[in-house]
Design a protein. Structure first.
Length: 115
């Protein structure tokens, strides 16, 4: 709950047409289940290139935050969901090729979603 509300704070006012991170319906649902959804903007702002990965099968961004937080962001800036994933599971995904390190261009694209 944020500021007495049962809804997650909007990352950019909720307007789909504006630059910024918007939330999917799935992300809103997961917020109510205690997922670390509200941390997405802070974690993206703090992320270095080494914290950003891409899922090659769907071009989604995976942003690693502190304490195993991972945020999944569509290529268009929509926040899909957030989870907690242990480091070992993250590294296993890297080794299996289900995620890869983001290129400089991809990293800059992700950073461009945050005002």
């Amino acid at each position: 709950m944020v500021n007495g509300s049962s809804e997650p704070p909007s990352d950019n006012g909720g307007d789909q047409g504006q630059a910024g991170i918007t939330r999917s319906e799935h992300a809103r649902l997961r917020f109510g289940q205690g997922r670390p959804i509200a941390e997405v903007v802070n974690d993206i702002q703090r992320a270095g290139q080494r914290d950003v990965f891409v899922q090659p099968d769907d071009d989604r961004f995976v942003v690693r935050g502190p304490r195993g937080r991972e945020h999944i962001i569509e290529a268009n800036g929509e926040h899909v969901t957030s989870i907690r994933r242990p480091d070992a599971a993250h590294y296993a995904r890297l080794q299996a090729g289900t995620i890869r390190a983001a290129s400089e261009e991809e990293f800059q694209k992700l950073k461009g979603f945050i005002p």
